[in-house]
Design a binder for this molecule. Structure first.
Ligand code: 13P
Length: 355
């Protein structure tokens, strides 16, 4: 694939009114989510769940691509079709998570560095043969009064940049995901400060490694106060801080910014995305979603591991995808939620994103 084609893939992923479904939880993380609902986690039940999501009728109107986990891209549907092919039939591009997780960082307690560069060139070639055209790598930044350390920021930025360069060499569009976590009691101002520092380091590293910015997507956190911060922020305040931070640190050459949801309530994540897109002023990139929990939780809840609920699960995904597609255009409204009571999710399940 020429660099021109990579740009087409990147732009296709953020075409008008569309975003990405992150369905790339590792098996242990998906098992935790299943456990809470009493769903047995087996290779088969995970496959049924993912197949339910991928075959949701009409979801392709709002979902341009799906990020899968290694187990999933190797699985076949009940009808013996590879799940990557199922996505293609639904007009959704196949993506793959290629990092191997955030591991404790030497000499830096409470901090992690994401691993997975070893053998990545060969793994990408294998995933390409299975139909994947884009990839994802997530760096995790813990925020406290004293963290992150400069060492943690630069190690994660460097790894993200080397991953992105390898992806482009192997003709994949890299999704570059530096996530500043919502855990803690920090203020929105502190989140903005740290998100800015991290983005600056990431783009410095990307340019140093020769990554073509036109052929990648950025997947950042929104700028929000910590979950335990006594001073929570309005939709408007989150939108203003997020857009200001992105304008300061994300080059205009990047075609799209696709947010992670990070444990936000599904409807709140949608409302934030909408508020960001409705702000006045320059937005040189498409601003859309690459949500995991905020797209999936209502569908998982509706399905509950039962075949009889497969249609309800698909409907729940469709409704969230529809709302987020509208939010990516700044056209979301509360009325869109009227049909989706299942969007109310239990808070206890939102925290889990171990991978
Ligand atoms: P959440 O939207 O649940 O944060 O997941 C997105 C993701 O892919 C994290 O790596």
């Amino acid at each position: 694939m020429a660099s021109h084609d990579l740009q087409v893939v990147a732009r296709t992923l953020v075409s008008d009114g569309k975003g990405i479904l992150a369905a790339d939880e590792t098996s242990p993380t998906l098992t935790k989510r299943f456990d809470t609902l009493g769903i047995q986690s087996t290779e088969q039940s995970r496959r049924i769940y993912r197949e339910m999501l991928f075959t949701s009728p009409g979801a392709g109107e709002f979902i341009s691509g799906v990020i899968m986990y290694d187990e999933t891209i190797r699985q076949k549907s009940a009808g013996d079709t590879p799940l990557a092919k199922i996505l293609e039939n639904q007009h959704m591009l196949a993506g793959i998570k290629v990092d191997t997780g955030a591991k404790p960082m030497a000499d830096h307690p409470h901090e992690t560095v994401t691993e997975g560069l070893d053998g990545l060139r060969d793994r990408l070639a294998e995933y390409r043969a299975m139909g994947a055209v884009f990839a994802k790598w997530r760096a995790v930044i813990h925020l406290t009064e004293t963290l992150p350390s400069a060492a943690c920021v630069s190690a994660n930025a460097h790894a993200l940049a080397r991953y992105a360069a390898l992806c482009q060499e192997q003709e994949f569009v890299p999704i570059v995901e530096p996530e500043v976590l919502m855990d803690g009691s920090h203020t929105i101002e502190r989140c903005e400060e740290v998100t800015g520092i991290v983005l600056q380091a990431v783009f410095h590293a990307l340019l140093e490694q020769g990554v073509v910015l036109e052929s990648m997507l950025l997947k950042p956190n929104m700028v929000v106060p910590g979950k335990d911060c006594p001073r929570q922020a309005s939709l408007e305040a989150v939108a203003v801080a997020t857009l200001r931070c992105l304008r300061r640190h994300v080059p205009a050459a990047v075609p799209g910014i696709v947010f992670l949801s990070g444990g936000q309530d599904a409807r709140l994540a949608t409302a934030h995305l909408n508020a960001i897109n409705r702000l006045e002023g320059p937005k040189p990139w498409k601003i859309s979603f690459s949500f995991g929990r905020a797209l999936q939780d209502p569908a998982l809840e509706a399905w509950h591991g039962k075949d009889v609920n497969l249609t309800a699960g698909q409907r729940a995904l469709y409704l969230r995808a529809n709302s987020n597609g509208a939010a990516s255009l700044g056209k979301y409204s509360d009325e869109m939620e009227a049909a989706s009571s299942s969007a109310d999710e239990p808070a206890h399940r939102r925290d889990w994103r171990d991978d």
